[in-house]
Ligand binder design. Structure first.
Ligand SMILES: Cc1cc2nc3c(=O)[nH]c(=O)nc-3n(C[C@H](O)[C@H](O)[C@H](O)COP(=O)(O)OP(=O)(O)OC[C@H]3O[C@@H](n4cnc5c(N)ncnc54)[C@H](O)[C@@H]3O)c2cc1C
Length: 407
């Protein structure tokens, strides 16, 4: 067994230079070739770039709610409102809007927005479908609700129109959304309408010293980290689900609740019928322990061994792409990686998984990683806190026996 400490630091992907996605750049930038020429911007990244990550990690998780009636940055809310009414709008006092159509993601995006708002002594507005009081308790100064005829998430065009209408008097300084399928599409529509850029799938966010929104995003299948700066108004970004921890709720917090006007036009696309995909019942995103099966597992029947280990650990079985997509031994919704789920369990046991980057990007956030692989040079060992080099058909039964003896 080899212990690997600081695996994330050692194997953090190299940084790509910074591209300016400010006003006027193509909307909803992806990894496509139409990106503006890359250039370095050191001012926003005071400590060579890692300061961005440091700020958001501490700000996103440890940020405390401001006392009631106080400006999140320290001044009174009344004084801030008066300053705004007088037109004294500080460049640094950001109004951050945080939108998501999904309840859990809405709270994560809100936490990311709260950290940015606190950094700029500004305010954060949560826009979503869920209970506004809950979002106020989780750190929003204002919670707006998009009215909908049904409980289903709004189609992207409806959400985009609601956001654009809400911006008519004044756009926010920053508009964040969850990087879900609907969230990315809604933001692309908003960005295109406004003619501003949008960085999708961001993993870190911070306010740059020049007032730009500094973001980090993984690109080229997670091999590189792109650091980008967004200028203009609004600075738009979508954030990876499960990247930011929701803030602890404070039921005593007070804020403004608002219902956005109804959408008269209705969705441009009418869904005639929907058939659910054949998926497993497991939600690997919520499991605290995951035992992930890779191509080193020889037959579908052998998965029972991993199920037994997962049950003893109180977790679920997940898998790499060959097992879900090629062999179809596992349902598609338990695939971990670039084209599957991003998971952050307390424990991730990778069994017979080589550790290709497309898989690893989905499990890097796990608190403790155990790799079981016969090949001592398999890349998965470098991602692991505990690397078990050996045959999984020997090691997994041994782990099961050891756990059974302890029960
Ligand atoms: C665009 C794109 C998106 C992708 N998205 C994903 C994704 O979301 N998720 C994903 O997983 N992959 C994804 N892939 C595929 C990815 O590149 C790898 O091919 C895949 O992750 C490999 O799966 P694996 O590690 O299970 O298999 P392999 O790479 O074949 O590794 C099997 C491992 O098992 C070990 N092994 C064999 N027998 C034993 C034994 N008895 N005991 C112990 N160890 C043993 C071997 O040493 C080997 O390291 C994507 C690829 C592309 C191009």
């Amino acid at each position: 067994m080899r212990g690997h400490r600081g695996r994330r630091g050692l194997h953090a992907p190299p940084a790509l230079s910074v591209a300016d996605t400010g006003c006027g750049s193509p909307a909803a930038c992806g990894d496509g070739p139409a990106r503006p020429p890359a250039r370095r911007i050191t001012p926003g990244f005071a400590s060579g770039g890692r300061g961005v990550a440091r700020y958001v990690r501490s700000g996103g998780r440890a940020a405390r709610h401001p006392p009631r009636g106080r400006d999140p940055g320290g001044g009174s809310r009344g004084a801030r409102a008066a300053a705004r009414a007088r037109g004294e709008r500080s460049q640094l006092m950001w109004t951050v809007w945080a939108y998501s159509e999904q309840g859990d993601t809405a709270l994560e995006v809100l936490a990311a927005g709260r950290a940015l708002a606190d950094q700029s002594r500004g305010i954060v507005v949560s826009i979503g479908l869920d209970d506004p009081a809950c979002r106020i308790a989780h750190g929003a100064d204002e919670a707006w609700r998009i009215p909908l005829p049904s409980d289903a998430p709004p189609p992207a065009d409806v959400a985009a129109r609601a956001l654009l209408r809400a911006m008519e008097p004044e756009p926010p300084d920053v508009l964040l959304a969850g990087a879900t399928r609907l969230g990315n599409e809604a933001m692309a529509r908003v960005a295109q309408s406004l003619g501003v850029g949008c960085a999708t799938g961001c993993t870190e966010l911070a306010m740059g010293v020049g007032g730009e929104l500094a973001v980090e995003r993984r690109c080229y299948g997670g091999r590189l980290v792109a650091r980008q700066a967004l200028r203009g108004r609004p600075r738009m970004a979508t954030v990876q689900p499960r990247r930011f921890e929701p803030l602890q709720p404070d039921p005593a917090r007070r804020g403004v609740v608002r219902e956005l006007p109804e959408d008269a036009a209705g969705p441009a696309v009418r869904v005639l019928s929907a058939e659910p995909r054949a998926l497993g019942h497991r939600d690997i995103g919520k499991a605290r322990a995951l035992v992930a099966a890779g191509r080193g597992v020889r037959s579908r029947e052998d998965l029972a061994m991993l199920e037994a280990l997962a049950a003893l650990l109180g977790g679920e079985v997940a898998g790499s792409r060959p097992l879900t997509d090629d062999l179809k031994w596992l349902p598609a919704n338990v695939k971990v990686g670039l084209s599957g789920r991003t998971v952050r369990p307390d424990l991730y046991v990778a069994c017979g998984i080589s550790g290709q980057v497309e898989h690893v990007v989905g499990m890097r956030g796990a608190r403790t990683v155990v790799s079981i692989n016969a090949d001592p040079d398999a890349p998965i060992h470098a991602e692991a806190d505990y690397a078990l080099v050996g045959d999984l058909y020997v090691l997994v039964p041994a782990l099961i026996r050891a756990l059974q003896e302890r029960c």
